[in-house]
Design a protein around this ligand. Structure first.
Ligand SMILES: [Zn+2]
Ligand SMILES: [Zn+2]
Length: 266
């Protein structure tokens, strides 16, 4: 069975292609389904989220595509809801809950823009204690279901985006692991599935998907469920790295869902 992509961005946020181009690409690849998850509106200035108005247009366009393509592919209207977005997501088929910021002393620190920004924030706001930022991050992640009502937990260890090139966090330390696994424990009690997210591979930051093995194994061994996500920002990367990720979790014997129906039923 061909995989389907549920973590995708189109031109309503910062995706390179229109939603319809993404649907056509999914059709050409033989995907039975496709879901859209443009970035939720944020009050902070940025160039990657939908605007308030844009969100309405986005909803209308995905609903149009659902009907237009209903005889060929199932189209779902989702959203990648940031923890710090002002409005609770309403009217979506599914929600990906993601934490892209840590809040410290009234400042929202962006985690995935650049390694330089992240290191600067650690020095200025955490006295250089990167693990203290990691602890704040995972505490926020542990609450992401409560805050967003998500069906899918997005890239649970996003703070490791730059780790292969710029070692920032000691992810083998006890402090780091305790923080991460405490968040996983909290989320395992909720009706969510966890992403295996290949988006940082297609964009050249990483050679392996999120999450790191110790998190993946912790979830998998406790019979948590995964969904494989490309976090695609263009038609070129619609199913990027997903086959390989599927082979990986199949070999480990972990549970994963291929259809949106299974995900939202969880
Ligand atoms: Zn994200
Ligand atoms: Zn995304």
């Amino acid at each position: 069975m061909t995989l389907s992509a549920f973590h995708t961005h189109a031109s309503f946020c910062h995706g390179a292609n229109t939603a319809e181009e993404m649907v056509k690409k999914a059709l050409s690849l033989g995907c039975p389904e496709i879901g859209f998850s443009c970035h939720s509106y944020m009050d902070v200035e940025n160039d990657w989220c939908m605007t308030r108005d844009g969100t309405l247009k986005y909803k209308a366009e995905i609903e149009r595509l659902k009907k237009e393509y209903s005889d060929r592919i199932k189209v779902y209207l989702g959203i990648e809801q940031d923890y710090f977005s002002p409005a609770f997501p309403e009217g979506y088929d599914y929600v990906i809950g993601s934490v892209h910021f840590v809040s410290k002393n009234g400042v929202l620190i962006p985690l995935d823009i650049s390694a330089g920004d992240l290191k600067k924030a650690i020095n200025e706001l955490y006295d250089g204690d990167a693990l203290a930022l990691a602890e704040d991050y995972y505490e926020t992640v542990s609450d992401v279901y409560n805050k967003t009502g998500c069906n899918i937990v997005g890239h649970i260890d996003l703070i490791t985006k730059f780790e292969e090139k710029e070692k920032i966090f000691d992810t083998s330390s006890e402090r780091y692991r305790r923080a991460a696994l405490t968040a996983v424990d909290a989320l395992m009690k909720k009706p969510v599935v966890f992403e295996i997210n290949t988006g940082a591979i297609s964009r050249g930051y990483r050679t392996s998907p999120y999450p790191e093995d110790f998190i993946l194994d912790y979830i998998g061994e406790r019979e948590g469920t995964f969904v494989i996500s490309p976090d695609a920002h263009s038609t070129d990367t619609l199913l990027f790295g997903m086959k390989e990720a599927q082979e990986l979790i199949k070999a480990k014997g972990y549970r994963y869902f291929l259809s949106m129906e299974e995900i939202v039923k969880k």
